[in-house]
Design a protein around this ligand. Structure first.
Ligand SMILES: [Zn+2]
Length: 421
C-alpha cells in the first residue's frame, strides 16, 4: 500500500564550494552526470522521444529541462549555473551496446526445459518492515481481538514461499530484507533536525515535537511523524537500493506488497467489499519531481538503461497470471495525476516510486489484494496452509501461496517465451 505523505516534496539545496547549489529531493544523492557519457550514441532519437513522452514524462516538463534536437538531446543538469548534458543519438538501431550490469532475458545463456529461470539473479524486496515497526509505518490494523494485520509481515511470508519455487526453476534468489528489522542503521531520532527543517520549509514555522494521539489531525506536521517517515521510507529504501545496486546486482527486483483501501481507525478498521490488483513499473514523473536534479538524473539513466523494455512485458505477463489465479479485477486509480496506464494487460501502471526509480535494473512492483477487503482479511486470518480450504464459502489456496504461485507462473511464462523454450 502506498500513501502520499503530506510534505513529501521539499526543496533542499546543497551548496558546495565547487559547484552551484543543487536542487535535491529528500535524502537525495549528488547526481553523477558524467556517467551518462557511457550512453552516447546508444539510443535513437525516435526511441528516446517515445520513452520521454509515452513513459517517463507523461505529465509534461519545463521547456528548459529536456530539449530534443535533430541529433542530440540537451538535458538540464543545473539551472542556477545553466549547465546542460548533451546526449548524442544513435543513427540507427544497430548501434553500440547499452551499458548495464543486468541481463535482459534474451541475453541469458541457453537453458533447458524445467529450468526457465537458470542464470537469472532475482532480488525479492518484501515491502515495509512489519513486526514492531508496523504501527509506526501505518501498515497495521486489528479487527476486535483477532490477529493484527501487518503488511510487512505478509510480504515477507510471500517472499519466503516464493524464493524456493524460483530456486527450483533455476534462479539465484536474494532477499533485500529477510527479517522484520530495517536494513538502514538510522533510526527516527537521527532525523529530528532534518524533519524540523523540512516542516519549516513547508510552511510550519514552529513544528510541534510530538503527536497528541493516533487520531491527531495535525500529526503529519509534527517532528515525530516526519522523522519516522524519513526513517522507515526514505532512509530504508535508499539503503535497500544501495544493497541492490552495489552488492546484489540482480537482473530483476520483485517488490511485493499488499494493497489497502482507507481503513480509518486502525483499532476499529473499516472492512470493504472492494478488492483489486495492479502492478507498477517506473515512469509517469510529475513535473515537480523532474525539477529535482537527482530525480531527473535517475530518470534519464533509467531510461537509457532500457529497463522499461524488459520490465513492461514482464509486468504484463505476471499481471495476466495473477489476474487469472486471483480472479481480481484491475485497480483503477481515481485520477491520472500521478500514474499512467501502460502495456496491454490492463493491470500495469507507470509511477515514480522510490524503489522503482532507485533499483538500477528492471523492477516489477506488485500490489494485489486489498488487505481490509472482507475476502482478503478472512484469507489473511486463515493463515498459510497446503492445498485448499473452505474460506468464505469457497475452496481456496492460502492467500500467500496463491500470491507466490501466480508470480512464479508469470516469470516462467515470460522467460520460457523470451528464451525460446
Ligand atoms: Zn505496501
Amino acid at each position: 500500500m502506498k500513501r502520499t505523505a503530506l510534505l513529501t516534496f521539499c526543496f533542499l539545496t546543497l551548496a558546495l564550494t565547487d559547484r552551484a547549489a543543487e536542487n535535491l529531493g529528500i535524502l537525495g544523492a549528488h547526481p553523477r552526470w558524467s556517467v551518462l557519457q557511457h550512453y552516447q550514441e546508444t539510443i535513437t532519437r525516435e526511441e528516446f522521444a517515445h520513452l520521454i513522452y509515452d513513459v517517463y514524462c507523461t505529465h509534461g516538463f519545463a521547456p528548459d529541462l529536456i530539449e530534443l534536437n535533430a541529433d542530440t538531446a540537451r538535458i538540464l543538469t543545473n539551472r542556477e549555473s545553466q549547465k546542460f548534458f548533451a546526449l548524442r543519438f544513435a543513427k540507427d538501431d544497430a548501434s553500440r551496446p547499452v551499458p548495464r550490469l543486468w541481463h535482459p532475458a534474451k541475453s541469458l545463456p541457453p537453458t533447458k526445459a524445467g529450468k526457465p529461470l537458470s542464470g537469472l539473479r532475482i532480488a525479492l524486496d518484501p515491502g515495509h518492515l512489519g513486526g514492531r515497526w508496523a504501527k509506526m509505518e501505518e501498515r497495521w490494523f486489528q479487527v476486535g481481538s483477532t490477529q493484527p494485520v501487518q503488511e510487512g509481515d505478509l510480504t515477507l511470508k510471500v517472499s519466503r514461499l516464493l524464493a524456493p519455487r524460483l530456486r527450483e526453476l533455476g534462479a539465484k534468489v536474494f532477499f533485500v530484507r529477510n527479517s522484520n528489522e530495517p536494513v538502514t542503521v538510522k533510526r527516527p531520532d537521527d532525523f529530528r533536525e532534518l524533519a524540523r527543517k523540512i516542516l519549516i520549509k513547508n510552511g510550519v514555522p514552529q513544528p510541534r515535537a510530538d503527536v497528541l494521539d493516533e487520531n491527531d489531525p495535525e500529526k503529519e506536521q509534527t517532528i515525530r511523524w516526519q522523522s519516522e517517515i524519513l526513517f522507515y521510507r526514505y532512509s530504508e529504501i535508499r539503503r535497500r537500493a544501495a544493497l541492490v545496486n552495489f552488492k546484489l546486482h540482480p537482473d530483476l527486483v520483485l517488490c511485493l506488497h499488499f494493497n489497502a483501501e482507507g481503513w480509518g481507525d486502525p483499532n476499529n478498521p473499516t472492512l470493504t467489499d472492494i478488492n483489486h490488483l495492479h502492478l507498477l513499473v517506473n515512469g509517469s514523473y510529475l513535473q515537480k519531481e523532474l525539477e529535482f536534479d537527482d530525480e531527473r538524473f535517475e530518470m534519464i539513466r533509467r531510461l537509457l538503461s532500457r529497463a522499461y523494455d524488459e520490465e513492461l512485458p514482464l509486468a504484463d505477463t505476471i499481471a495476466t497470471c495473477m489476474a487469472r489465479e486471483t480472479q481480481l479485477p484491475p485497480y483503477e486509480y481515481p485520477t491520472t495525476n500521478s500514474t499512467t496506464k501502460v502495456g496491454t494487460s490492463g493491470y500495469v501502471y507507470a509511477r515514480n516510486l522510490l524503489a522503482t526509480r532507485l533499483y538500477r535494473c528492471p523492477v516489477v512492483y506488485c500490489e494485489p489484494y486489498v488487505m481490509n477487503s472482507k475476502d482478503a482479511f478472512a484469507r489473511i486470518e486463515a493463515g498459510d496452509y497446503e492445498g485448499t480450504r473452505n474460506v468464505n464459502g469457497s475452496e481456496r489456496k492460502s492467500i500467500f501461496r496463491e500470491y507466490a504461485d501466480s508470480v512464479a507462473d508469470g516469470l516462467v511464462e515470460y522467460y520460457s517465451k523470451a528464451r525460446g523454450l
